[in-house]
Design a protein around this ligand. Structure first.
Ligand SMILES: Nc1ncnc2c1ncn2[C@@H]1O[C@H](COP(=O)(O)OP(=O)(O)OP(=O)(O)O)[C@@H](O)[C@H]1O
Ligand SMILES: [Mg+2]
Length: 306
């Protein structure tokens, strides 16, 4: 089911092709080092340009609430991290941000999601265009079985970009994804021939090639080794100057290292005996990790539960 009035797209955006992911759960760590970079604090609240405003958001699957009570503001050029135990609704909320649930049978989004002040779920909004502006990178790198070049050119081509423009677009996207130097001599090789970390950067390049405004990342490093993870984290730091990034991660250090703000979700049994996810706390990352306001947040980040 789609939100009232929403149109179901007939075309799945190439940058958002859905894959079935199995979740690797990294155990929460008791010792999360929070780097001394309170970037979000340097920006006074009144100057933050809000990209998303979530108000009383709830998502149901086949009539059962998966997550509710989500009120969250996501600002431009910040990295916002979603953390919390498995099943608490992180992916579910992330997918509300680019209307991915339009493609999920039985999913219903209730409440409001404003994107640059506009109701993202208004009937007139073209959800395929939404997914062009708001790209997504998944847990498992999922390059198409095509050449490196064609992986990146696929979206722009579909969007009608001229053949003569494509080489520049591909080079620019691969450069922004910190992959150009490694692949510039083998653009005709299959994307599948790259290492896992390179494939994930290829997927990031593919998402960037359609000039998005926001990049959503659902556990983008959980299948990668620490070196590839560090490259993606460095890349995120670079990309946030141009894009707004929302990342779901089970890796507490990653949230602490990379994000400006963190949202902690958890799942609790409701009055009907069902587990329902809720947003418990949302704050500047340093504050959430160093001085959480809610004991449930503290319990999770110190590894006492979750
Ligand atoms: N397509 C779906 N159909 C039915 N239920 C779903 C669907 N997707 C998610 N759920 C349920 O919604 C709840 C939240 O799931 P979600 O995938 O958002 O959790 P998560 O926090 O991302 O977990 P993880 O950390 O394991 O990825 C879970 O109870 C899950 O079983
Ligand atoms: Mg998930």
């Amino acid at each position: 089911m789609t939100p009232e009035g929403a149109s179901v797209p007939t075309l799945v955006d190439p940058t958002t092709n859905v894959i079935d992911v199995t979740t690797d759960v990294d155990a929460p760590s008791a010792d999360v080092e929070v780097p001394d970079t309170p970037a979000a604090e340097e920006v006074p609240e009144r100057d933050r340009e809000l990209v998303f405003e979530l108000r009383d958001l709830e998502v149901q699957y086949s009539g059962h609430t998966a997550v509710r009570d989500v009120d969250l503001d996501i600002a431009a050029n910040e990295i916002t991290a979603f953390i919390g135990p498995s099943g608490c609704g992180k992916t579910t909320v992330l997918r509300c941000l680019n209307r991915m649930h339009d493609l999920t049978p039985g999913a219903k989004v209730i409440g409001q999601v404003y994107y640059h002040g506009e109701n993202l779920y208004a009937g007139k909004v073209d959800s395929a265009e939404v997914r062009r502006r708001i790209g997504m990178v998944f847990q498992k790198p999922n390059p198409f079985p095509k050449t490196i070049y064609d992986n990146v050119a696929y979206g722009p081509r579909l969007n009608g970009r001229k053949r003569s423009e494509l080489s520049d677009i591909v080079e620019h996207a691969l450069t922004r994804a910190a992959l150009w130097d490694e692949v510039k001599d083998k653009l005709k090789h299959s994307g599948m021939s790259l290492s896992g970390g390179q494939q994930q950067r290829l997927c990031i390049a593919r998402a960037l090639a359609v000039e998005p405004d926001v990049v959503l990342m659902d556990e983008p490093c959980s299948a990668l080794d620490p070196i590839a993870t560090a490259r993606i984290e460095d890349l995120m730091e670079e990309l946030k100057h141009e894009f707004t990034i929302v990342i779901v991660t089970h890796n507490m250090q990653q949230a602490a290292r990379t994000s400006d703000r963190t949202a902690f979700f958890t799942a609790e049994v409701d009055e009907d005996g069902r587990r329902v996810g809720r947003l418990i706390e949302f704050d500047v990352t340093e504050k959430l990790f160093m001085a959480p306001a809610d004991p449930r947040t503290e319990g999770y980040i110190t590894g006492r539960f979750g």
